[in-house]
Ligand binder design. Structure first.
Ligand code: GUN
Ligand code: FE
Length: 423
């Protein structure tokens, strides 16, 4: 059967936020792209499957990047001297304007997609730009990699810059429908997602039209929420009838419930907004690297986890400076420690088990049964050669802990998405 095999090695995966399974010298079985669980010996029923021998290497689920901006990869690690709104106007909007040029989009997205394909990420939720041809170029390239992604053509009909703003709600909505019609049936693994940039970028009229398009095409939604204090204050002025920032999306049915939704940041979400997120089943993309770089703040990660919010991690490149999701796990742990020490000592820091959960099972849920080797989960896996870090007689748990802190794409030997081997 296609995409059916067994991998032998040192296996690690999450069964829940505080439940990390480690199994030395085991077998993980994949049948038709679906995990059949892990075993000490090859079960009789699977005797005929090919065994890939990765003895001594670590096998774990592929990592999920719940929030990343493809066009911003170009200026990652630059321009961290400003807060969000000035950063957007000074660096981000002028750069994204360049993707009106298809030749530029081709060259630049080639680089982004190559780097994402090499990384530990198997699934990602991605912002493109407002440009339809550029967004389709990005989707074409992603489809060739075997990664499974959601990609959004960005909508913005106010508060941009002349070179990066759609003329009006009608123009923006029509471009969105043109995009959806152009890609209908074109891809297996590259899926469209409705992408109002954030409330300051979208008029009520546009939000209303996007809501209708979302319903007509039955699509999920991604956007930004309560990232920065000045942004939150601005949204209050822009949408005075909203009870909170999240409500400015909910008013248009673009905030969970039937609309599967992921909101990046939620640093400044108050109790009312957090309750709205929870009630509507909105996913939070926690982006600690970005939140530090843009001095946005420290999200109450422990609160989100103990409230049972749906939550994963986002690189938010170029707010975040790299695609390496291991690094974003570390940032999640570190920033939770700073929040505990400096802001609120009732919210304990997260540990490495929870960080792995966030980057696999937590974010994976946005894609369905994804992010674990539990029986029935879609088989996304990375195989890591940690020889370089194996100094003493470490337990598998310790090896995994060190991988989280020290590994990057250079340590990967294999990568699988839904049972398909990418390398
Ligand atoms: N809010 C609106 N647009 C953006 C963006 O491109 N990056 C981040 N971090 N926040 C945003
Ligand atoms: Fe973002």
């Amino acid at each position: 059967m296609k995409n059916s095999f067994i991998i032998k090695g040192d296996i690690c995966y999450s069964e829940g936020p505080n439940h990390l399974v480690t199994h030395t010298d085991g077998y993980v079985v994949c049948v038709d792209g679906i995990s059949k669980g892990i075993y000490t010996d090859v079960p009789h029923a699977y005797q005929d499957l090919e065994v890939m021998d990765c003895t001594g290497q670590v096998i774990m689920p592929g990592l999920v990047d719940l929030h990343v901006h493809a066009p911003q990869y170009h200026f990652r690690g630059l321009g961290m001297d400003l807060e969000l709104l000035d950063w957007l106007n000074t660096y981000t909007f002028p750069h994204e304007a360049r993707y009106s040029d298809e030749a530029y989009a081709r060259a630049d997205y080639t680089h982004f997609v190559e780097e994402l394909a090499k990384s530990a990420t198997t699934r990602a939720v991605i912002f493109a730009t407002l440009h339809v041809p550029g967004t389709i170029i990005l989707m074409d390239y992603l489809e060739q990699t075997g990664l499974i992604t959601y990609v959004g053509k960005v909508n913005m009909d106010r508060n941009g810059i002349p070179e990066l703003e759609e003329q009006d709600a009608e123009t923006s909505a029509k471009a969105t429908v043109d995009w959806l019609e152009a890609i209908a049936g074109k891809y297996e693994n590259t899926l469209p997602i409705i992408t109002p940039r954030f409330i300051p970028s979208c008029t009520d009229e546009l939000m209303d039209k996007l809501s209708k398009i979302r319903r007509d095409y039955d699509l999920p939604v991604q956007s930004h929420l309560s990232e920065n204090p000045s942004e939150v204050a601005w949204v209050k002025d822009l949408v005075p009838s909203s009870r909170c920032y999240g409500d400015a999306y909910a008013m248009f049915d673009l905030f969970g419930n039937d609309a599967k939704t992921v909101m990046a940041h939620c640093v400044w979400s108050d109790a009312e907004e957090q309750a709205l997120i929870k009630d509507r089943g909105v996913f939070i993309a926690h982006c600690p690297d970005s939140n530090t770089n843009l001095a946005s703040g420290i999200a109450p990660l422990r609160q989100f986890l103990s409230d049972g919010q749906k939550i994963g991690l986002g690189s938010d490149v170029a707010g975040g400076s790299c695609l390496n999701m291991f690094q974003h796990m570390v940032e999640a742990i570190q920033s939770s420690k700073l929040r505990w020490r400096l802001v609120d000592d009732t919210l304990s820091p997260i540990g490495v088990e929870e960080a792995i959960y966030l980057a696999t099972l937590g974010g994976g849920e946005f894609f369905g049964q994804v992010g674990s080797f539990k029986d029935g989960y879609e088989f996304d896996a990375i195989v890591i050669d940690d020889e370089e870090f194996r100094t003493d007689d470490l337990s598998l748990h310790q090896r995994v802990e060190r991988i989280v802190y020290c590994a990057d794409a250079s340590h990967l030997t294999h990568k699988f998405v839904k049972g398909k081997q990418l390398f």
